[in-house]
Design a protein. Structure first.
Length: 120
């Protein structure tokens, strides 16, 4: 249970730290990885949902035994995002640098699997 507490709390804190700057980088991202983002609603919608998941990670980290069932959608959150990035890269729709965010998510997702297995 201690591992799950640390894993999910760290994931929530890490998420807030890494996502917050994105709130101010819409134009920069469009210049760095053209074309410019034309649907800011999708961009900020993605951030809103992702911030909500960071809160969920912190809640799971507070009481992993009680919230163990929520670890399953947390794993899906990580691995579906990784899968989407890989599919976009494989079809040439994004550049390699845009796949890089999947690396920490893959590590966290694997940690979530371990946390789930160790929490009874």
């Amino acid at each position: 249970m201690r591992f799950a507490k640390i894993m999910f709390t760290a994931a929530g804190v890490w998420g807030f730290l890494i996502l917050t700057p994105l709130l101010f980088l819409l134009d920069y991202i469009g210049r760095t990885y053209p074309p410019p983002i034309t649907h800011a609603d999708f961009f900020y919608g993605f951030l809103a949902i992702t911030f909500a998941w960071q809160i969920a990670f912190l809640i799971i980290g507070r009481d992993p035994v009680r919230f163990r069932p929520f670890m399953i959608p947390a794993m899906f959150e990580k691995f579906l995002y990784i899968g989407a990035l890989c599919a976009l890269y494989a079809t040439g729709q994004i550049q390699a640098g845009q796949v890089a965010p999947a690396i920490p998510d893959a590590i966290l997702g694997l940690g979530f699997i371990v946390a789930y297995a160790k929490t009874r």
